[in-house]
Design a protein around this ligand. Structure first.
Ligand SMILES: [Zn+2]
Length: 269
C-alpha cells in the first residue's frame, strides 16, 4: 500500500479506483463547488440524508473519469447515479475531501471532547495533511479472511472467505441502520460484503449467529487493511496533555464549518 496526500489541483487520485475489466481507473477530474452545489447543500431534504446529498454533489462536480467517462459537455449536468453507487466508499470519501481542498480553504475546525479531562476542544486540521492509503493496483478489490471459529452451513464448517470493499451503493443501503449502533451497522455491512470461499453470503440472522470472536476479527481486518483516507487523527489535549483520537466525519462534511471562536482560542493557548 502506498501513502500519499490529496493535492490542491483539480485531479483527484482515488485510493482504490474504479474497477473495470480488471483495471483500476484512479483519476477523476472535478470542478470547484458552485452556487448550484450550495443550493443542494442548504436544501433541508438533503440535510436529512447526507449520503444522498454527497451523491448528488459528486454527480455534479465530477467532470471526467479518464478511461471510464468522457468529459461532460455541460459542467452543471449530473453524471448517472450508478457511477457513484459503484464507486468504493474510500474513493467517495477522498472525493468529498478533495472538493473542499479545491473549493475553499483546506483547513477544517474539528470539535471534540478530551477523552481524559472532558474539556471541550477545537483543533484546526489541514485536509491536505491527511494520510491516504492507496490500494495496490495488482490486488483485487477485497481482502482475504480466515475466521478463528468459522461458520457452519449444512454440516460444513467454513473459515475462509473474503471481504469486499464497501461501495457507495452498499453505504446507501446500510445508512438506514446507523441509528441502531456500531455492531448492528457492522452486521448490515457483513451481509453485503462478506462472502465465503464457495460464494455463500449471509442474511442478518446468520451474521448475528456468528461468534463474537469471528465478528471482532472481521472488524479489525476491515479497520486495519481497507485502503482510503485515514480519518482518525490523534490530538494532544492542551489542558491535560492526554491524547485523544478524533474522527473526521466525512458524511456530515458538507454542513457549514464553524470557525474557531476567540474564546476557545484563548483557552487553548
Ligand atoms: Zn484533556
Amino acid at each position: 500500500m502506498s501513502i500519499y496526500h490529496l493535492s490542491d489541483d483539480n485531479v483527484c487520485t482515488l485510493p482504490i479506483g474504479i474497477y473495470r475489466d480488471g483495471i483500476y481507473h484512479k483519476e477523476v477530474i472535478i470542478d470547484e463547488l458552485t452556487g448550484v452545489d450550495q443550493h443542494a447543500l442548504s436544501d433541508p431534504k438533503n440535510r436529512k440524508n447526507p449520503q444522498g446529498a454527497i451523491s448528488n454533489i459528486l454527480r455534479r462536480v465530477i467532470q471526467e473519469i479518464p478511461g471510464v467517462l468522457d468529459k461532460k459537455s455541460n459542467p452543471t449536468h449530473l453524471i448517472p447515479e450508478r457511477y457513484i453507487n459503484e464507486m468504493f466508499q474510500a474513493d467517495i470519501d477522498a472525493l468529498v475531501l478533495k472538493c473542499f481542498i479545491v473549493s475553499e480553504e483546506s483547513s477544517r475546525t474539528l470539535d471534540f471532547d478530551c477523552a481524559a479531562c472532558e474539556a471541550k476542544l477545537q483543533e484546526d486540521l489541514d485536509l491536505k495533511e491527511l494520510d491516504v492509503y492507496g490500494h495496490d493496483p495488482e490486488e483485487p478489490p477485497f481482502v482475504n479472511i480466515e475466521l478463528p471459529r468459522g461458520i457452519e452451513f449444512d454440516d460444513t464448517l467454513y473459515k475462509k472467505g473474503r471481504f469486499h470493499f464497501i461501495t457507495g451503493g452498499i453505504q446507501n443501503k446500510i445508512s438506514k441502520y446507523a441509528n441502531r449502533g456500531l455492531y448492528y451497522t457492522f452486521s448490515a455491512v457483513m451481509t453485503q460484503c462478506l462472502e465465503l470461499e464457495d460464494g455463500q453470503k449471509f442474511n442478518l440472522e446468520q451474521v448475528a449467529r456468528m461468534k463474537a470472536k469471528d465478528r471482532n476479527y472481521v472488524m479489525s481486518v476491515v479497520q486495519d487493511t481497507i485502503p482510503g483516507v485515514d480519518l482518525n487523527i490523534e490530538i494532544e489535549c492542551p489542558e491535560c496533555g492526554a491524547d485523544s483520537e478524533v474522527a473526521v466525519d466525512v458524511a456530515n462534511f458538507f454542513l457549514p464549518n464553524r470557525r474557531k471562536s476567540k474564546r476557545s482560542k484563548k483557552r487553548s493557548v
